[in-house]
Design a protein around this ligand. Structure first.
Ligand SMILES: O=c1ccn([C@@H]2O[C@H](COP(=O)(O)OP(=O)(O)O[C@H]3O[C@H](CO)[C@@H](O)[C@H](O)[C@H]3O)[C@@H](O)[C@H]2O)c(=O)[nH]1
Ligand SMILES: [Mn+2]
Length: 576
């Protein structure tokens, strides 16, 4: 029988709603005056200011007004949510979860950091037999594979320790670098145990770093498939308490085949290989997606996400639960806004009040089914490729533990090899209709957009304690590279046949299309206004040309002091 108490509640912030809408109205009036002023000047017979100047400023203001208008959709109905994981059904009724972690470059993404992410995911507070952790290594690096074996060995100490003492910081590196991590236990047995685990961790760290010094990075562009279920047995010198000999989550290393003559589609390609390979191994109905630089900072995220996925009122249409990206390496000045506050503190909450936030690349729990196209009317092999085992897995509900180290049978080993080969997707619908989509380098936003267009919804949860913590870009060079990649990915979507403002409105609400429109057009639409308004008014000022007549400016300032400020604020919000 279902619990009569809700698993989650949604609060609409009515005060914000009223303030936001009133503010939008006032701002609209101010924009109306400005447009009237600019347009009427064009109709005058004699003009003191060069027309080209006037037109450039006018065009900039129109573009800014348009993008501003689209952005109002975020503020239309912001909501926040609370979950009650204690009301979830017992553990044996919880659905299984596959965790997908992606790594690509062993030089930029050091193995020890990646292994900490793996360990933190293994230590999630969830039934171990229902948790499967997959690492995709696009670098095809022996160092990473070796790191996985070491991580598995250390996990046999780390997991029981976390469970026995209810450790919250389940990422060992973060835990041992915290000054007062959970030391409130104060008890001597705990302290002894902690010291022992710390020594084990240091040994683990040493083994991994030594392998980096001695080993080879491998060829990330040209290598064959390696898929291995990681299982480490204890060395003779290691003894472990009988009570701690617990089961561990399944741990799988996947390095897909890469050849220079085949497109590999970056992270989206890696995720699709994981989808297929995990489909024939554990086939869990839910997937947690993580970047290798973003570790689980709290054990409860899986149960929190299940509060939405297991709510019968919303679960049939719910595709994913998104947590915010938070970062541990940002100083208090944060001059590049590495925290992306407008996205994670304002925009996603606003979209959550419509049909849900954007899929944000990491820190989401997605339903596997939502990534498979509607396959009831299609020729399955044309869509999913030639693997019969994979096709059978589509129909079959989750098969528990059909793979562990010993019985990772030859058949399965061969099948996963085929599924991870670089030619598997030829003449299939992978990346076009099935799985993570390849159309844009911002694969996350685009995939989420198409899911919303198909009628799926999402929810956004921002608990007080960050559930996931990552590494943000902190220098200008990395920031510009990342910004250019995102900018071109978003513009790609905006200018494609999937333009949210044209493709969206008939498939989702107008407000939601406006949100996606704002996201995909802002890099492009800010270009001209940014250059014009950063140069022309200043040049005019130096030459004694007045773009804004004094009387007009004074009236505006008197009537709409807030509006004048917020119009200026709008640009500084996006560009720091
Ligand atoms: O060929 C590739 C390239 C990248 N990755 C992995 O993808 C993740 C994200 O890549 P990164 O280069 O760190 O990009 P970021 O700009 O930091 O990532 C943000 O932007 C991406 C979309 O552009 C999203 O996928 C990410 O989740 C989001 O955090 C990392 O774990 C990489 O290891 C691969 O697995 N294969
Ligand atoms: Mn990253």
């Amino acid at each position: 029988m279902d619990s009569p108490l809700p698993l989650h509640v949604c609060h609409v912030n009515n005060l914000s709603v009223i303030i936001n809408r009133l503010h939008a109205l006032l701002h609209c009036i101010a924009i109306g005056f400005l447009i009237y002023y600019r347009a009427s000047y064009l109709l005058q017979e004699t003009r003191a200011i060069p027309i080209i100047l006037w037109l450039l400023v006018f065009a900039s203001e129109l573009l800014l007004s348009f993008i501003w208008l689209l952005g109002r959709a975020y503020l239309w109905r912001p909501v926040s949510r609370t979950v009650f994981p204690e009301r979830l059904p017992e553990d044996d009724k919880l659905p299984a979860i596959d965790v997908f972690i992606c790594t690509a470059d062993p030089e930029k993404e050091p193995a020890i950091g990646v292994m900490n992410t793996v360990l933190s995911a293994m230590a999630l507070d969830y039934p171990v037999d229902k948790l499967h952790v997959y690492l995709s290594d696009d670098g095809g690096s022996p160092i990473t594979l070796h790191g996985m074996r070491e991580a598995c060995r250390f996990a046999k100490w780390w997991l029981p320790f976390c469970r026995r003492y209810g450790i919250k910081t389940i990422c060992p590196q973060a835990y041992f670098s915290e000054a007062d991590s959970d030391d409130y236990f104060g008890d001597s047995e705990f302290m002894v145990e902690k010291k022992k685990i710390k020594e084990k961790y240091e040994m683990f760290e040493e083994h991994v770093t030594k392998a980096v010094e001695d080993g080879e990075y491998g060829n990330s562009q040209n290598h064959s498939t390696i898929i291995e279920i990681i299982q480490e047995t204890f060395g003779e010198s290691e003894t472990i308490r009988q009570a701690d000999l617990v089961e561990m989550p399944l741990l799988v290393y996947v390095s897909r085949e890469k050849r220079p003559e085949h497109l590999h589609h970056f992270k989206a390609g890696a995720l699709n290989v994981l989808l297929r390979v995990s489909g024939v191994i554990s086939n869990s109905p839910y997937i947690l997606g993580l970047d290798c630089d973003m570790y689980c900072n709290d054990p409860t995220s899986a149960r929190q996400a299940m509060c939405f996925h297991l709510d019968p009122k919303i679960s049939s249409s719910l595709a994913f639960v998104q947590f915010p990206q938070k970062f541990h390496n940002i100083n208090k000045y944060d001059i590049y806004d590495g925290r992306f506050r407008s996205a994670y503190c304002v925009q996603w909450q606003g979209m959550d009040g419509l049909k849900g936030p954007v899929l944000s690349g990491t820190g989401y729990y997605i339903k596997r089914e939502s990534l498979y196209a509607d396959f009831t009317h299609t020729e399955l092999k044309d869509t999913f490729g030639k693997s019969n085992v994979l096709i059978n897995s589509l129909h079959q509900s989750y098969k528990q533990n059909n793979a562990n180290g010993e019985n990772f049978s030859n058949v399965l080993q061969e099948e996963t090899g085929v599924l991870a080969s670089c030619s598997y997707e030829h003449q299939t619908k992978w990346g076009e209709e099935v799985g993570i989509l390849y159309q844009s380098v911002s694969e996350d936003l685009f995939t989420g957009f198409i899911l919303h267009c198909k009628g799926w919804t999402s929810t956004y949860l921002t608990p007080f304690r960050p559930q996931f913590l990552g590494t943000s870009t902190t220098n200008l060079n990395d920031l510009l590279i990342q910004g250019t990649r995102w900018g071109s990915g978003l513009t790609d979507v905006g200018l494609s046949r999937f333009c949210p403002l044209l493709y969206g409105p008939s498939r989702m609400s107008l407000l939601q299309s406006m949100c996606y429109g704002e996201l995909s057009f802002f890099p492009l639409l800010y270009c001209l206004p940014l250059w014009c308004l950063a140069t022309l008014p200043q040049l005019c000022l130096l030459n004694g040309i007045s773009l804004y007549p004094e009387r007009f400016v004074n009236t505006c300032k008197r009537s709409f002091p807030l509006e004048v400020q917020s119009m200026h604020g709008e640009m500084s919000r996006e560009f720091g």
